[in-house]
Design a protein around this ligand. Structure first.
Ligand SMILES: Cc1cc2nc3c(=O)[nH]c(=O)nc-3n(C[C@H](O)[C@H](O)[C@H](O)COP(=O)(O)OP(=O)(O)OC[C@H]3O[C@@H](n4cnc5c(N)ncnc54)[C@H](O)[C@@H]3O)c2cc1C
Length: 401
């Protein structure tokens, strides 16, 4: 297996790097460096730039408006994008529902939705999880009953990321409650968020932010043409989608950027009168993080090389579960080390509205996001299939237990 980039791939990397340097707006890069949470407007502006370049959906086939790149080019693109750093295309459209629509949807759905995903005309959110249906997703209860030309949808979704901005939600709904297996009676519906009967209620997270929501459906009328594929086959499409979600989750470029920043700031912040980076115990922790990150990168390249050999594989490489686990652990360690760099300056810099105070913050501006990000990143070992569930997948699919 050749893990080295070819001359063409190195030239491609240079092209991508130069494009980011010349085209990522300064304010968007600054937001990514400081908090990593771009606003809706920043997302829209940046996606338009990517779409104009033809890079709105790096992994889509060309016939649907994608780049047609192979796994190695896709990997290089994402790695460079995260390391710059710039926002990755919003996953709910580009990584999740888009591939479901072009793989299982009908011609009209492809024509209607795909172009609007590419330039973020439509902001999508993911309506899978429910109270009582997370890891055990097949126990979902949101009900869709066919009445004439409509499904009438009732129920509740939860943890719906950025639903407050969404134009559309793709949902798993139960269409046959009497099916002999819970997985069998589920369908995949596309629902306009402006439909009457939808209520979005924000959930405030430990970092003080609002990125997840509850979404309630109360007699929501959904045209039957918004069904993707066949009725009661939604579980197959969901498995396909979740496989795609997992392969993009290692975020090596992002952790590389974070590790570089930790090193830089630990050279500025003092501990015992000396830069923290000169503290032996801290330096060892950072070195260990960098070594683990390098190992993860090599594992990722092995998976990418494997994918390049099997471009038509229909199921995700089970090794991507390893990437999810290690990738999320490393992202969390980055936030922990950054807290250590900031020391006491991190504490008072939580969101003002969270603590409800109006005192001017102490410490440097770059300390502002250390604590919120530390709390926020507890999420990465939960979403996209929790790390415990990934270990079950490795046990079954990789080790054969
Ligand atoms: C920040 C954030 C954003 C999210 N965004 C979305 C979104 O946009 N759309 C959406 O649909 N969902 C979203 N989710 C939901 C996410 O997919 C679920 O939280 C996740 O699948 C876990 O489900 P749960 O929260 O119900 O926990 P549970 O499934 O109840 O799990 C609780 C604990 O038990 C463990 N556990 C459960 N089953 C097993 C098992 N068989 N073996 C071993 N351990 C087990 C889990 O690992 C976990 O530690 C998001 C979650 C978070 C935190």
């Amino acid at each position: 297996m050749d893990l080295k980039l070819s001359d063409e791939q190195r030239a491609f990397r240079d092209e991508v790097r130069t494009f980011f340097k010349e085209n990522v707006p300064d304010d968007i890069r600054e937001t990514m460096v400081e908090s990593g949470h771009p606003s809706k407007e920043q997302f829209q502006r940046w996606t338009k730039i990517l779409a104009d370049k033809g890079w709105g959906a790096p992994h889509w086939p060309e016939e649907h408006g994608g780049t047609g790149w192979g796994p190695v080019e896709q990997y290089i693109f994402l790695e460079e994008l995260q390391a710059y750093p710039a926002p990755a295309p919003l996953p709910f459209g580009v990584n999740m529902v888009g591939p479901v629509i072009y793989t299982f949807g009908n011609e009209e759905q492809k024509q209607t939705y795909l172009p609007r995903i590419l330039d973020l005309t439509d902001w999508w959110c993911q309506g899978f999880s429910e109270p009582g249906a997370g890891s055990d997703l097949a126990s979902l209860k949101t009900r869709a009953v066919k009445e004439g030309d409509y499904y009438i949808v009732n129920g509740q979704k939860t943890w719906t990321t950025l639903a407050q901005h969404a134009d559309w939600i793709f949902c798993l709904v139960r269409t046959d409650p009497d099916a002999d297996k819970p997985q069998k009676g589920i369908s995949f519906l596309l629902i306009d968020m402006k439909s009457e009967g939808i209520t979005v209620r924000p959930i405030q997270t430990a970092d003080g932010g609002v990125e997840v929501n509850e979404v309630f459906f109360d007699d929501v009328k959904v045209p039957v043409e918004n069904l993707v594929g066949e009725e009661n086959k939604g579980w197959d499409y969901a498995k396909f989608l979740l496989g795609n979600e997992r392969t993009n989750i290692a975020r090596i470029g992002m952790s590389k950027h974070a590790a570089k920043r930790i090193r830089e700031l630990a050279g500025i912040e003092l501990a015992g009168g000396k830069p923290l980076i000169e503290d032996r115990r801290f330096a060892e922790k950072l070195a260990l993080l960098e070594i683990d990150l390098k190992s993860l990168e090599i594992t990722q390249m092995r998976v990418v090389a494997d994918d390049a050999k099997n471009p038509n594989a229909k199921t995700p490489n089970p090794a991507s579960s390893i990437l999810k686990i290690k990738g999320s652990e490393i992202q969390q360690r980055c936030t922990e080390l950054l807290m250590e760099v900031m020391g006491p300056y991190a504490a008072p810099r939580q969101h003002d509205d969270y603590l409800g105070h109006n005192e001017p913050p102490i410490g440097p501006d770059y300390a502002a996001h250390a604590a919120p990000n530390y709390f926020n990143y507890r999420k990465v070992s939960i979403y996209g299939g929790s790390n415990e569930i990934q270990k079950n997948i490795i046990a079954k699919a990789v080790l054969g237990f």
